[in-house]
Unconditional design. Structure first.
Length: 589
């Protein structure tokens, strides 16, 4: 294979997927796509369903998940006569496509000279799919039907003509039908952009050369991923983490993982994980597998996004369990369950390759939804706010502060757009000081925000990480836990499930205040550079008490500048204090 041709083709295929991402982000009506980029696009091999290329602007959570969806859809399509020109298939069945009902997947075949050449697929988050709670996040849901309408795999377009009866059935069951129709139009139209790009490549290189390039991309991607895995010492690395509760039963849920590395093969074994949750804290096995691969991509960022890169990984996922949801399990908590998969993969591999693996990130999407009738228009609205939070520290650096969820990367809706579009006002939005885990490198700080409702509304929140904070590694400390406070009727209260609340009634002037966790720390806090401790203190990331008791620092001076305290440390006395701290104190830190 000519390396120049291969590089050009690979870049062109990735650019096609990137352009599809950007086209949908700019064309979609709903802010969950246009503002938070909750979507993805990819090109897939038509017989194996493996990923050929995927866009870089959508969510990592769909990294492998769309491949598994396509692979499960292929036999269904074949049983219905096979893919045909002009087809577009649709589904949101979470047990087949993974994630939750709001993530709708479209698959469209591409033909060259009358032969099936590739499959395009995209995923877009639709703001509402019906169900008992506006927006779909129902913390007390006990079955899938409380979360919305299920769309089984079916042809939405046949011979290029849309089945409007199907569309009408869907729109009749959702709260925002016009917004849904706009997003559907954008998602289907974007396939024409992909087809033009792929046809141009076929015209330039020919179908046979292009197919050979795709096969070689798969082979090289597998070889590259295997080279990374081969660098990990052989062995089995175990970790156990927990969810606070499932939203219905106030008992912790266990996520147990054993990662076994043998040469260039890797097995993710989740034996010991809790069985099916009564509430919505369940995800499909496809999503569990996808998030393991997302975690590997974080650890080995140069690893390609390709079906070949997924081949070295094998999985043991007990069924039924919270990580292998089966009908009729509720799955609305997928946005939080997915984050814990990333956490435990990091925690396991930090034992094997600490030089590459960070501590736990903030670990909860903490989605808050505000819904009701807009007082100016009388129309229904649903506003969705996924958490930003802190990333775990690593051997190389402190953790990122105020980052998007590493498993989904859904961005926080802008304050200006939110206040313009919805009857809400932000009372505050900023970095949550002191929330990062202590360590030689400090975990990134989370964020906090408070939203006031300007009219009657209902508020639902689905999060976690209150009872079990993000962990540190290599002697680093845990981060601050999640924080949820509601202020209604002149009273401040915390939901019984701490981070989960369903359809709490709000009046004008009521508000809720959320504080996301930071990331875990890396290494002994007493080994942190004193200049970094001083910078943290003056930057507001830690307070004087933490500087002295956790980091062993001695404050020499404190003065006020522009109503802010400015500290200077006594380096010599700080080093002496650190050396005098007993080993048990260091371990406690």
């Amino acid at each position: 294979m000519d390396p120049v041709t291969l590089a050009v083709v690979r870049g062109a295929l990735e650019q096609i997927a990137d352009e599809m991402d950007l086209h949908l982000i700019r064309a979609a009506l709903s802010p969950i796509i246009s503002e938070t980029n909750d979507c993805a696009h990819g090109l897939y091999e038509p017989t194996t369903g493996e990923t050929i290329a995927q866009g870089g602007y959508g969510l990592p959570m769909f990294l492998a998940n769309m491949q598994f969806t396509v692979q499960r859809l292929i036999p269904i399509a074949e049983a219905a006569g096979g893919f045909r020109p002009g087809d577009v298939w649709i589904t949101n069945d979470p047990y087949l496509s993974g994630t939750h009902l709001n993530d709708v997947v479209l698959v469209s075949p591409h033909f060259v000279d009358g032969k099936l050449f590739a499959l395009f697929a995209n995923t877009g988050h639709w703001m509402d799919m019906g169900g008992s709670v506006p927006g779909g996040w129902a913390p007390t849901a006990r079955e899938i039907h409380q979360e919305g309408i299920i769309i089984p795999p079916l042809r939405l377009f046949e011979n290029g003509r849309r089945n409007d009866a199907v569309v009408g059935l869907i729109t009749a069951n959702v709260r925002l039908p016009q917004q849904l129709l706009g997003d559907l139009e954008a998602m289907t139209n974007v396939f024409s952009l992909g087809r033009r790009g792929l046809d141009a490549l076929v015209a330039r290189y020919g179908a046979d050369v292009l197919k050979s390039c795709m096969d070689e991309m798969m082979r090289r991607s597998e070889a590259e991923m295997r080279s990374y895995i081969a660098e990990i010492p052989d062995g089995t690395y175990r970790i156990t983490d927990y969810f606070d509760n499932d939203g219905v039963v106030d008992e912790p849920l266990t996520v147990a993982l054993a990662v076994t590395v043998a040469g260039s093969d890797m097995i993710f074994d989740f034996t010991g994980t809790s069985a099916r949750a009564v509430g919505p804290m369940n995800i499909s096995d496809a999503t569990t597998r996808s998030l393991c691969l997302v975690a590997l991509k974080h650890i080995f960022p140069e690893a390609p996004v390709s079906g070949g890169a997924f081949r070295p990984a094998k999985f043991v996922i007990p069924k039924p369990s919270i990580l292998a949801a089966e009908y009729p399990s509720a799955v609305g908590g997928t946005t939080d369950v997915t984050q814990r998969i990333v956490d435990v993969v990091f925690g396991a591999l930090a034992q094997a390759i600490p030089e590459h693996t960070p501590a736990a990130p903030f670990g909860t999407t903490g989605v808050a939804t505000v819904s009701g009738r807009h007082p100016a228009t009388g129309k229904y609205f649903v506003a969705v706010y996924p958490y930003p939070g802190g990333y775990g520290a690593s051997q190389a650096s402190d953790g990122l502060l105020n980052g998007t969820p590493p498993g989904s990367m859904a961005k926080f809706m802008s304050v200006e757009m939110s206040e313009h579009r919805y009857p809400v006002r932000f009372r505050s939005y900023g970095v949550r000081e002191g929330s990062g885990g202590a360590g030689m490198h400090r975990g990134g700080c989370g964020s906090h925000y408070e939203i006031e409702t300007l009219s009657d509304a209902v508020v639902s929140i689905l999060g976690d990480r209150v009872d079990h904070a993000p962990f540190g590694v290599q002697g680093g400390s845990s981060a601050a836990p999640n924080s949820v406070e509601l202020h209604t009727g002149g009273k401040t209260w915390i939901p019984p499930m701490r981070s989960k609340a369903e359809k709490a009634p709000f009046a004008a002037g009521d508000s809720f205040h959320l504080g996301s966790p930071g990331g875990g720390g890396f290494g002994d806090p007493l080994d942190r550079d004193l200049a970094a401790v001083e910078a943290d203190l003056n930057g507001g990331f830690i307070d004087a008490g933490a500087a002295e008791t956790v980091y062993g620092a001695v404050v020499a001076t404190k003065r006020m500048i522009d109503d802010r305290p400015v500290y200077a440390l006594d380096a010599e006395r700080s080093r002496a204090k650190r050396s005098g701290m007993r080993p048990e104190q260091r371990r406690a830190v």
